[in-house]
Write a protein that binds this ligand. Structure first.
Ligand code: TXA
Ligand code: MG
Length: 316
């Protein structure tokens, strides 16, 4: 399949409306979209990514007003989160409407819903006739794509089109909050921080703290993720790794260890989040063997960065 690259949200939406797959930019990472009413395009998404069929897709809407199309019920707490954080880097898990097929939710009666805060994504979604199911636009298991070039590297020839946009402003996937249980649970950390969520709903906790022995609530979280080809090794700040092999890289906020071939020093958490996945991909192009990653402090955006680093390192 020839992959078309376009800068026109209108043209990209027209291709999606024909039942084809289209990658598009958002402020978190690029998504690989399919209309939720197109079984062929949904199957294409799983095929192009090499994604396991039991991992549900997030449904994207252009405006918060479209929520009733995809969710059958909004609890008062979910309503508060929508008011505060939509549009933005937050996905809510809600009871699904009948319009959302099980091919999207991998058989679940719940659906993840997100309304991106990104001008081109907004234009694109507005021109799509149906809500758009979209996982991150990378081959399954690889770091998410934060630029159209990264999408192209992973998926050229496997998808119908790429809506070319800017480099993703945030660079990590959305925060996911499950609003279907007795109280909201944060399933995945992201740019909407735990502190910001708790300012609206004090009882929100990360899912891991309450369900240590249960199956993961978010089916995708059991799979290996975000991994470059290089080995990823994490360390806390100040604990410099010993005996650095040659062809090693490092990313972090402090001081790179001595003997590092390729170092990325970030000045803020925001910069760390934005650069992480593109640095992983850069290291692969440079044939780096080991990437040392300094874990940021356990607060704010630091939680999301730590989560992705630990998963990439296989620490879970
Ligand atoms: O920022 C993002 O969220 C990006 C952009 C494109 O929106 N999307 C994204 O999608 O990261 P994906 O497929 O890479 O990750 C979605 C995660 C998976 O871990 C999946 O299991 C979980 O969301 N998920 C989706 N629907 C769910 C549901 N109904 N219940 C629990 N978890 C769900
Ligand atoms: Mg993903």
């Amino acid at each position: 399949m020839e992959t078309l690259i376009t800068s026109s949200p209108l043209e990209a939406a027209a291709i999606l409306n024909e039942g084809k797959t289209v990658a598009f930019p958002t402020e978190t990472v690029y998504g690989l979209g399919a209309a939720i009413d197109s079984p062929e395009a949904l199957a294409e998404v799983f095929r192009a990514k090499g994604r396991p069929g039991d991992n549900p897709l997030i449904v994207h809407i252009g405006t918060p007003e479209e929520l009733p199309r995809v969710a059958s019920k909004l609890s008062p707490e979910a309503g508060l989160l929508v008011t505060r954080f939509f549009p933005g880097p937050l996905t809510l898990v809600l009871p699904k409407s009948s319009e959302v097929p099980y091919a999207v939710t991998a058989g679940l009666d719940t659906v993840g819903v997100r309304c991106p805060a990104h001008p081109a994504a907004h234009e694109f979604l507005k021109c799509c006739h149906s809500p758009v199911a979209a996982p991150s636009a990378n081959r399954s298991g690889r770091p998410s794509a934060t630029s159209w070039e990264a999408v192209h590297n992973d998926l050229d020839g496997k998808i119908a089109a790429i809506l070319r946009g800017n480099t993703s402003r945030i660079g990590l996937e959305s925060t996911i909050v499950d609003c279907t249980g007795p109280r909201p649970l944060m399933l995945r950390a992201g740019a909407v921080t735990l502190e910001e969520l708790q300012a609206i709903i004090p009882s929100i906790t990360p899912a891991g703290e309450t369900q240590k022995n249960e199956a993961p609530k978010s089916p995708g979280l059991k799979y290996p993720h975000y991994a470059p080809r290089a080995r990823v090794v994490t360390h806390e700040r100040g604990e410099s790794p010993a005996a650095i092999p040659s062809a090693s890289a490092w990313i972090g906020l402090g001081t790179p260890p001595v003997g590092i071939a390729l170092a990325k020093l970030c000045t803020t958490h925001e910069e760390y989040a934005r650069e992480l996945f593109s640095f992983f991909r850069h290291c692969d192009r440079e044939a780096i063997q080991t990437i040392y990653c300094e874990l940021p402090p356990e607060k704010g955006l630091g939680w999301a960065i730590r989560d992705r680093l630990n998963r990439a390192a296989g620490n879970h």
